[in-house]
Design a protein around this ligand. Sequence first.
Ligand code: CR6
Length: 837
Amino acid sequence: VEASIPEPQRAAWKKFSAKEFSSKEDFEAEVVRHIETTLARSLFNCDEAAAYGGTSLAFRDRLVIEWNKTQQNQTFADPKRVYYLSLEFLMGRALDNAMLNVGMKDVAKDGLSDLGFRMEDIIGQERDAALGNGGLGRLAACFLDSLATLNYPAWGYALRYRYGIFKQEIVDGYQVEIPDYWLDFNPWEFPRHDVTVDIQFYGGVRKYMDESGKQISVWENGEIVTAVAYDAPVPGYGTKTTNNLRLWSSKASHGEFDFTKFNSGEYEASVADQQRAETISAVLYPNDNLERGKELRLKQQYFWCAASLFDIVRRFKKSKKAWSEFPNQVAIQLNDTHPTLAIPELLRILIDLEGLNWDDAWDIVQKTFGYTNHTVLPEALEKWSVPLIQHLLPRHLQIIYDINLQFLQYVERSFPKDRDMLGRVSIIEESQPKMVRMAYLAVIGSHKVNGVAELHSDLIKTTIFKDFVKIYGPDKFTNVTNGITPRRWLHQANPRLSELIASKLGGYDFLKDLTLLHKLENFVDDKDFRKEFQEIKYANKVRLAKYIKEAQGIPVNPSGLFDIQVKRMHEYKRQQLNIFGVIHRYLELKDMSPEDRKKMQPRVSIFGGKAAPGYWMAKTVIHLINQVSKIVNADKDIGDLLKVVFLEDYNVSKAEIIVPASDISEHISTAGTEASGTSNMKFVLNGGLIIGTCDGANIEITREVGDDNIFLFGNLAEDVEDLRHGHFYGGFEIDPQLKRVFETVRNGTFGDAGQFSALVNSIVEHGDYYLVSDDFKSYIDTQKLINEAYKQQDEWLTKTITAVARMGFFSSDRCIEEYANEIWNCEPLPPPEKNGA
Ligand code: CR6
């Protein structure tokens, strides 16, 4: 390519090519230049927001330079690329991450101080990129960090929502949702107005025979909406590799804009069409582990899949390779079933547009896709009604029926005796209306299916995909236990702990190979190390206490035991169990004499998390927590012995303050319901212990850290079914201590007896589906054990240090290596030597 450009032009270009700042002075010059010109501010009106803008733009320039080089290098080498399709990327803040990954944070800190600003204040100006609900979206963000760090040629594809997850305010104890319009100033994205794709909806399918007698299908007469690409750079840590996250934004296509209406004076109608197009990417659906089957959501899914596939195919076609090479050049990972329409869409492209025959196209599709399942909860398994798909995507429905026909014929040949099998595994559920089971389509269209923790991966093989294991054999199903990036969740969130570890291990290599942490066990008896480790935990608790005072107005004593449960509000995650435990503790303390109380371990119970706006039960739990907080915190008998806090608007940047400050964190889902959990890993990596059920990744955390260093309780997944059954038929006994909690909730001790009774009734009258009553006793007994264990500060410290040392397995780098080797079959492409790290 270079050779085609005349030498003098090349020389001029190279001479003036953008350079990366490397000194403090150069950094300051860049910041001031951006503030004065890009942002049109001056010394006299530069507030912290402008300083954040200037700093971000200075770092953005660096990222862009590396990003361009990475993309050029990838274009030149044309390796197999990984495409991670996820409707959610919960990225959080970008500036701190960019500074740390590039390795220039200290330089920037000094530079900012010369200019009169404090680094923390500048970082604090940034709004979270909150394009996700919870664990699934944050996992995708951790994976992008690991893919870039490990030099994989990889792209993320998602939607550019105008509104991310709503901001939560607590008003009179109730959750109120405020729209999160996050795009006011976003220096991290690049609009690519030249990268657009026209996407069709509705219309019909015309079929005819061509001269050779081949059946041709043409999808036509639909509505067209245009997808515009917005790109965000994703820097790796300690490498120059900078990958791309491409977000699609919807706008009216030029064809769509109705000039007849416009000219005949129906200006409003023509603008309304435009707004309708823009609605597609307007808002993130705020449900975690719940699918509600709304037409706009299906439109989002297709819009995003079709734009991404067009882009991927366009890139592949540039290489002029044969179609059979497609799976050797492209691996597409489906993050949950949300992108499953990519399967019929790729078939449509190959068959209808590129003229391949069914068998060849199907072979390519199966080899290209991998599917990750993230839940077994029935309410989260996606199904779309056949009439809706027929209306919106008529050609895709035909293709889905064709896939199903071929598949069922195969099943029939393989299991001639099992007649029920066909109905059970059919992609189409014979209900009224008929439904398309997206998870089955994803399984059938992929070459590998994985769960996200060992227990979960075993469960999907014995429950929702049991028949598919018989059909395809067990090798199609595998496990990749989730992980977290140690860059954000240790180095960025807990810089002092990261520094202490580096000082003992001789550098920061552990951030690239987290298994090196095991060497910390050599220091578990080292006095100075222990002291500093403990001081860091205390300082992190002081930081959180300060935040709680500022944000919530509640004074908490940092020497109390910090007990934290932060995650989406959900019945299966059982915040009810936690708050009932808190009430129990409150009643117990009230019963005691002042002398006895003095012997008790002071505790701070901290909650945080959003409820889906339509999830009444989850909202009621938030309300109860806030009411308990109000009563308990004001009770003079109780003082520091128990404080209850509900932290408003839990998100990624708040997690970075909360996670390093825990003594105990709660991961107490009904066994078998939490596919993995990932905050459990974050808390332990930061020197906190877990109270948890035998669920999700808790089990593997126990295997790694040892069962002395975790507090497990409750019933096992294998017993859940029988227990539920027992609730309906045998009736059930409720622990007297839980009964007492119920009485106080019902008698209005915490106000609103009417509303809170529903929480009690879901247990005593409606079958206690989540087994709160079955696990309550073992939960509060374990909490007692924790109180006693915490008093032995020396042993506690040993436990926490040992646990940190054994967390190496849970790096998302390990996940990415597993996906690359077992599912994607692709290799890293390190940056060229001269430009390497
Ligand atoms: N809600 C699981 O529930 C898991 C993440 C990431 C979830 C959670 O246990 O850690 O995915 N599932 O794998 C879905 O979103 C469907 C989640 O975040």
